[in-house]
Design a protein around this ligand. Sequence first.
Ligand code: ZN
Length: 633
Amino acid sequence: MGLNYRELGLRVGLEIHRQLDTRTKLFCDCPTEPRTTGRTVEFVRRLREAQSELGEVDPAARFEMRRARTIVYRADLGSVCLVEMDEEPPHELNREALRIALTFAAMVGARPVDEIQVMRKIVIDGSNTTGFQRTCIVAVGGSVRVGSKVVPIQTITLEEDAARLIEQRDGQVVYDLSRLGIPLIEVSTAPVIEDPREAYEVALAIGRLLRATGKVKRGIGTVRQDLNVSIAGSGLVEVKGVQELEDLPRVIEYEVRRLLHLERVRSELRSRGVRAESVSSEKVRDLTHVFSSSRSRLVSNALSKGWRVMGVRLPGFAGLLGGGDVRLGRELSEYARAWGGVEGILHSDELPGYGITQEEVAAVRRELSCGEGDAFVLVLGPERRCLDALGAVIERASLAVEVIPDETRAARPDGTTSYLRPRPGSARMYPETDVPFVRVSRDLLEEVMRSLPRPLEERAEELMRTYGLSRQLAWELIDGEVVEEFLSLVQTGVAPSFIASLLTEVMKDLRRQGVPVENVGVGAVRRYLELVAQGRTAKESARDVLAYLAGHPGSTVEEALKALGLEAPPLDEVERVVDELVREVLPRLSGRDPFGPIMGELMKRYRGRVDGAVLSRVLRERLARAGTSGGSA
Ligand SMILES: [Zn+2]
């Protein structure tokens, strides 16, 4: 990309969230592993006007309130009780979770607080039945070291995980409650990270320390990275929900490009003499009549539903809405979607287009009194939505003249981000009076210090020593969180380094190619390795077999081998072929070692079906029987 991040004044802080593997949830006795009883509960809530007890309304809360919605909660009664349903006050803070957080605090040299006060943090997107998330600071300070850099930790916090969104339809969202209340540890670093790669390294280091406690959950959805990003002169952008560690640099690079683009737009608007007040005084106009006989499918579909076409002028914005993957048009569209619930916007930099003609564009410009330097934005939808959407567009456009706004954004799987809501203000937190203070006693701290976990370096050394793995493979097992699987699979007798690379490199590679490897359970891998150990297929078939199993959930390893033609022939058939080759080749070699040439022939014939080690063993036996030594090695 060639961006000089230090020159740009990039500052990144990380918030690493990780589910703790405790027996019960943070404020009740429900299990943290989902339990299915078949008895379920379902209830409906409406978002209520939430005010903090300090009397102010938070901007993020106001945002959610404008999108009045019905919320449906569902759960299996094996995983929830009255606490998650907000029908019973929370129980005491989970002591097992507290001990884990204190352990991590000790590992990074953080200072535990004397007394833990649980707070309520307003979250009214419906993901909490109470309208807030319970959270408490356990320790402050400490640091992690990455290379020569020391990254200060700001806070170590325990909080409740939210309910899981399972469906989002017009005006209604559905949440599954079983995840609500699972303890999360949140580790926040100071905003001192100066380039995207460094963010990855810091997150990896924190992740390794968390894993070393041995008490964090693993797998998809158990870890989430949030980050705050700014460059010199920009507002603070918070990006939520980066799932994969490897995506962090990409997301940061994208944000920097976005901020730089917005900065360029801002200075261009200023040099054109555009003023924020003149943007915010623009009026929304109903332009439906302009399109009454439009041949645009997009427009005529909308009109047939009784929708309106409404528009607004953006004075001085001509040519500034389009661009590459970062563009002001996209920002405006995200605001229109978030605040108005419309599907998006159409703007003058991309029209004529979408079946909208030059004549229609000219008519719109006339109606909106657009001069040459002016741009316009159109939305399609029911009147109320159009008004809300264009109101948000006007607000965002007038901001573009003055600042790069503080925002909360969501990470998307493609490494870009999208607008989520305004950043919450300080009115967001207030004390949870239903949970008593917890005094962090000297005894508890001493007990934590006495049972600090072994560093992961020792774990890596042990894997290298016991199983002859390379350092890289050992760390890949640890970072990939598949050490347990590895230890159970080495019992099949297949070479440990083969199993390790299967669980790490091969799986990662397949995932990168879009193969849904999460469909392959450890049971299937074990069965495959057993068949390899029995000589019923060769190690070389691994990639194809795993890909097949991923693409055909429910089929067995045996079926995969048959379908792929990778089943080994019966051993006696192999032996017969070896015998034939020995008889044929031996006389032609006049005393030279026959092992290499015959082995080459066998591999050609059986690659991917019969393991090289089996071929070599059979060949040695047969050569010995035929009275030659059968090679060196
Ligand atoms: Zn519960």
